[in-house]
Design a protein around this ligand. Sequence first.
Ligand code: AMP
Length: 229
Amino acid sequence: MLILGRQGAGKGTQATRLAALCAVPHISTGDMLRAAVRDGTPLGQRAKQIMDAGDLVPDDVMIGIVDDRLHEPDAGRGWILDGFPRTVGQAQALADITARQPLDVVVELVVPNEVVIERISSRRTCDGCATVYSADDEAIADGVCPKCGGTPRQRDDDRPEAIRKRLEVYESDTAPLVDHYRGLGLLETVDGLGSTDEVFARVLAVVDARTSAGRPEGVGSAGPAVSSP
Ligand code: AMP
């Protein structure tokens, strides 16, 4: 499945939880690029400036990365893609890549612009494990990530100038994908406002309805009803 939505809509948070529940990989192209930047690979060196400016890394580069990743063994039973596709060209390439393992569902998380700007401004991302926190989260009051001991920091592209640019790019390049996937009958729109648990329950309901179609009654589901994180 794919998860679409503006920066700060909660895609990463929801995709991480859903992937754990369904035992499939959460594939975030943003996380992959940030890891490449951290490791100083040629890709990372090329991508850093583009990312810091809030622009998109060229389609041919991204398509190559995703094609490779989706052919790794752990992706054989399915995957949750977050941050890809970002353009109609990427969506067309994804359709070719996944011709033998087509999409079940595309979830669009909808959160108004004012809310995402507020969320992104206070977002802190661990430089070790990429866990996302809010700046006022007690768990990181000492400046240390409780999961891995890394340091939660503001991403360079979460600063105001880059945020504005990224939201503009979302509207011009990525928002058309909503109609694209609606036209293919794959789109499920989910309200992204509310607590993480509330949003997860909504996501799970639509994913379960889609993925259980055709499954014999009583056989499996995306998981139990949602309670705690
Ligand atoms: P994200 O964490 O998904 O917001 O991605 C952070 C940045 O990585 C984006 O602003 C882009 O510069 C770059 N990026 C991530 N995914 C893609 C993609 N599919 N196509 C082009 N650029 C991407």
